[in-house]
Design a protein around this ligand. Structure first.
Ligand SMILES: Cc1cc2nc3c(=O)[nH]c(=O)nc-3n(C[C@H](O)[C@H](O)[C@H](O)COP(=O)(O)OP(=O)(O)OC[C@H]3O[C@@H](n4cnc5c(N)ncnc54)[C@H](O)[C@@H]3O)c2cc1C
Length: 413
């Protein structure tokens, strides 16, 4: 193995937080590598990476031994460190996961065990009274306090990652949508709306389009991306005192979504949401957005039809809650009973890139598919923003190893 020659190159398709964090880690480990990031929008980080809850997840929910558990635990430490050294606004404010009935209180116990197995420290089971000491307006019969979690400005993380990559010689090409990938000799040729790029290795971090980019490279994504829109309301400024930090419900174990919750934002204000509504467009941020190709893709996919069969009621329920502010408000009232309709102001929305397998199950864990001199990040849902630096580190090491590129810098744990 030798130090990479300047001609070794990698093309990263997708300038979201995962692509950027991987580019950053690659340049740390292999300073001579030619890193080019291709982004279809006019700026990086325009999709999931800046349309999310802005929460730093410590790894409470994820199956012990899963990539999500491993990378969230490591990732929150790395992200917090990154924010500290780059002056990015963040705060480890702690979170409550609140059970509002006996059945949820039972599930809370297994969540507590999961969190402990995943190595979280300081977890505490709270009684109803103890909940009120931390969140005076929250209702609940029991809760878990997760002191290690927090809030962050992911838009700032994206900006700092991008400028760091550029200052180390990496290239970011925006307004460049990748439309085709072809093998040319031992290299890849990426055809984009801003010209063609030859590269030794392709890394696909295209988020909502990761399955399509995977297919462009002739690899089988093994699943299909189904877009789930998450809509938010904002609490009116006069009512933000009802939530001090982060108040979450006990998640439904059938779904990888966390349920509508309250999040204090790092730059002020409190958001409530997101729900999880099947969207009719991969970048469908509004209820009225419709994309014929995306919808056709979904309804002709066996996995999607099986998912609908299994979870039809949930899908109808989520759609109804999306259309009715009253229903949305009712689910919020289970956590904070004092919330009223008049407290809710229109908020934003994000669209989750969620992989769905042919059996109709949502792929819970992060999923990477290895191809010929290529790697496809097919499923990187929450907590991939928190874990992005740890994901990037793991991907960068895997690529360097496969390509026989010797690492120049040791990496933090
Ligand atoms: C509503 C919501 C709430 C969430 N809350 C949290 C949270 O609180 N904490 C947390 O850790 N995670 C959260 N997540 C998850 C987190 O935001 C995502 O896991 C993470 O941002 C994924 O990053 P990404 O880089 O893979 O995707 P993206 O940010 O979507 O980036 C993919 C990029 O690829 C580009 N692209 C796509 N196709 C092409 C192409 N053909 N050519 C060129 N470029 C292309 C896109 O334009 C995009 O910029 C949330 C997600 C959502 C949607």
């Amino acid at each position: 193995m030798s130090t990479p020659a300047p001609s070794n190159s990698i093309l990263i398709i997708g300038g979201g937080i995962v692509g950027l964090a991987t580019g950053y880690r690659l340049l740390e480990m292999l300073p001579n590598l030619e890193v080019t990031i291709i982004e279809k929008e006019t700026a990086v980080g325009r999709h999931q990476s800046t349309h999310n809850s802005g929460v730093l997840h410590a790894g409470l929910y994820y199956k012990p031994g899963s990539a999500k558990a491993r990378l969230a635990v490591r990732g929150i430490r790395q992200m917090t460190e990154f924010c500290k050294s780059n002056g990015i606004a963040h705060e480890i404010c702690g979170k409550l996961v609140v059970a509002t009935n006996a059945a949820e209180a039972e599930r809370l116990k297994s969540l507590y065990e999961r969190g402990s197995k995943n190595g979280l420290s300081g977890l505490r089971m709270l009684s109803g009274e103890q909940i009120r000491e931390i969140e005076p307006h929250a209702a609940g019969v029991a809760a878990i306090h997760v002191p290690e979690e927090g809030i962050v400005d992911y838009a700032a993380v994206v900006t700092v990652l991008a400028s760091n990559i550029q200052s180390r010689g990496g290239r970011i090409v925006t307004a460049a949508k990748t439309t085709a990938l072809r093998r040319v000799g031992s290299q890849w040729l990426a055809v984009t709306t801003r010209g063609e790029f030859l590269t030794d290795f392709v890394l696909n971090t295209a988020g909502l389009y990761s399955d399509r980019v995977c297919k462009m490279a002739g690899a089988d994504p093994k699943s299909r991306i189904v877009p789930f829109r998450g809509e938010y309301y904002k609490l009116s400024p006069a009512r933000t005192h009802l939530v001090r930090n982060l108040v979450y419900p006990v998640p439904n174990p059938q779904f990888p979504f966390l349920g509508v919750h309250f999040t204090r934002l790092i730059h002020g204000g409190v958001e409530a949401g997101p729900n999880a509504v099947l969207a009719l467009a991969r970048e469908g941020y509004r209820k009225t957005n419709f994309n014929a190709k995306d919808t056709f893709d979904a309804v002709t996919y066996r996995g999607f039809l099986r998912f609908l069969q299994k979870h039809f009621r949930m899908c109808i329920g989520e759609t109804a809650r999306s259309l009715s502010r009253t229903l949305f408000c009712r689910s919020l009232q289970t956590l904070i009973p004092e919330i009223t309709l008049g407290d809710l102001e229109h908020g934003g929305a994000g669209v989750r890139a969620q992989a769905l397998d042919p059996s109709g199950s949502l792929v819970e864990d992060f999923q990477l598919i290895h191809g010929e001199h290529s790697l496809h990040v097919v499923n990187a849902p929450s907590p991939a923003a928190t874990a992005s630096l740890a994901i990037g580190q793991e991907i960068a090491s895997a690529i360097a190893q496969r390509q026989g590129w010797r690492l120049v810098r040791p990496q933090p744990n």
